[in-house]
Design a protein. Structure first.
Ligand SMILES: C[S@@+](CC[C@H](N)C(=O)[O-])C[C@H]1O[C@@H](n2cnc3c(N)ncnc32)[C@H](O)[C@@H]1O
Length: 223
């Protein structure tokens, strides 16, 4: 099945301006470390890391977003890849010291795609390499609108805490899954990582800035 992200308008790819958790993670890395930005969109996070002196490669399934990132002149190399491909990422620059994956695991697809993404992330890392991953967390405790979305969309998505992110006309754009902490920990550990840290934060939704949502920030090591 084609990903809805392949032809998503690059100007509207959701992102976040608060990168404080990522900044703390980057402080752990040696100067000039090789970092892979998985699901880089138009390259905003990649450029932040390149400015810090890291050797960044960004990958995304959206060719227009990758073209924009390549032409933006902020440093880094950008290539089109499907992160959930069972054939792997086939990147010449691997292995990397670190993989950054921000706001992607919740929107990459079903369980099989999430597992494939983490397998590809692990394959791209050197032994002991670090994974930084942020994902949406179950949020009905801070925003009742999510409780309704989970309930209304369950018959179609077939998965608890999965719903359709929609545009202003109510048209479904892509599926979003909100993780519980134990669920995300288990997924990361099953993929062959040692979980080092899992932080939960209540912030603004990445697409609807006036809405509250919970996010999980995980740091893990390839073992
Ligand atoms: C919510 S955006 C986050 C973008 C960026 N990481 C950031 O934080 O600014 C999700 C990104 O994941 C990408 N994506 C989703 N599924 C993908 C897949 N199967 N392969 C590669 N990229 C994918 C989308 O194209 C989009 O750029």
């Amino acid at each position: 099945m084609t990903s809805p992200w392949a032809d998503y308008d690059p100007a509207n790819i959701p992102s976040k301006s608060d990168l404080s958790e990522l900044e703390s993670f980057l402080e752990r890395l040696p100067e000039g470390a090789r970092v892979l930005d998985l699901g880089c969109g138009s390259g905003g996070v990649s450029r932040t890391m390149a400015r810090r002196g890291f050797a960044v490669v960004g990958v995304d399934i959206n060719a227009d977003a990758i073209a924009h990132a390549s032409g933006s002149g902020g440093g880094g190399r950008f290539v089109v890849r499907d992160l959930a491909s069972p054939k792997g990422l086939r990147l010449d620059d691997a292995p990397f010291s670190a993989v950054v994956c921000q706001l992607v695991l919740s929107v990459v697809g079903k369980t099989g795609e999430r597992e494939a993404l983490l397998e590809n992330a692990r394959d791209a890392l050197e032994l002991g390499g670090l994974l930084y991953l942020s994902a949406s967390e179950v949020s009905d405790d801070v925003n009742p609108a999510y409780e309704k979305l989970y309930r209304d969309d369950f018959p179609e998505t077939g998965e608890r805490y999965t719903y359709y992110s929609r545009d202003s006309d109510g048209c479904a754009l892509y599926e979003t899954h909100h993780f519980t902490g134990p669920e995300l920990s288990a997924l990361i550990e099953t993929a062959g990582f040692e979980l080092m840290q899992l932080v939960s934060k209540t912030e603004s939704s990445s697409r609807r800035k006036d809405q509250k949502a919970n996010f999980l920030y995980a740091t893990a090591r390839k073992i």
